[in-house]
Design a protein around this ligand. Structure first.
Ligand code: ADP
Ligand code: MG
Length: 208
């Protein structure tokens, strides 16, 4: 079972990964965007970690809804409302249960991903974060490790696509040949999730 502490550790691990990879995310956002994705997410997840430390919600759903609200209020770019919606919807579906099963989390996350698709009007193949979020959340029904791998491959598979949503779509055919920055950051979310689950299984904090 997964408790509030698991989700706090996951989001702290995401914050650490985003911090470590911020330059790469911003570099991906240069040729097909406005070179702010790394900075946007660094600001957002730093604020998420801070608010979770001060408020320390006791249930998984509350951790995720608070984190989602914080992302929406701190990130100006498109990714803030999209990731904020992902976490908020996932948290709302989990409700007030003090612990949730992996299967319950996987189902809730798929609802969160569906909310991102509704908000942004995008579908897999449009060269957005959904190209990593959808396969990642689907594979979470199997395992954390399968989700990490599916999201990683989904992000890489955005390279040959032409963007149909978001800022990169303004470039038309010139968006082909570049990895989508949001898909790359979504892969980091699943990487951090698998790291957190593996650390929990071995009794260590992730990254130690
Ligand atoms: P902005 O585009 O406002 O500068 P960011 O650079 O932080 O915001 O995030 C860009 C990422 O957001 C894109 O790489 C893409 O993955 C994602 N994105 C943009 N628009 C959409 C959308 N309509 N649906 C899903 N994802 C989107
Ligand atoms: Mg940008």
């Amino acid at each position: 079972m997964l408790d509030a502490d698991f989700f706090r550790r996951w989001l702290a691990s995401v914050a650490a990964a985003v911090d470590r990879e911020a330059d790469r995310l911003t570099a991906l956002d240069s040729p097909i965007g406005d070179a702010d994705h790394g900075g946007n997410l660094r600001r957002g997840f730093t604020a998420v970690v801070a608010v979770l430390e001060t408020e320390a919600p006791a249930a998984p759903g509350a951790v995720l809804t608070l984190a989602g609200r914080r992302l929406i209020s701190t990130v100006g770019g498109a990714s803030g409302p999209l990731y904020g919606t992902l976490l908020r919807r996932t948290g709302t579906v989990l409700g007030e249960a003090p612990q949730v099963s992996e299967a319950e989390f996987a189902a809730a996350l798929r609802a969160g991903v569906a909310a991102v698709a509704t908000l942004g009007g995008a579908a897999p193949g449009d060269k957005t974060m959904l190209d990593a979020l959808v396969p990642g959340a689907d594979a979470l029904l199997t395992s954390f490790a399968a989700a990490r791998e599916a999201a990683r491959l989904g992000a890489l598979a955005t390279v040959p696509l032409q963007a149909r949503k978001g800022r990169a779509s303004y470039l038309g055919a010139r968006s082909v040949g570049h990895q989508d920055p949001g898909a790359a950051s979504s892969a980091l979310l699943f990487e951090a999730l698998a790291d957190t689950a593996e650390a929990a299984a071995t009794g260590e904090a992730p990254g130690e």
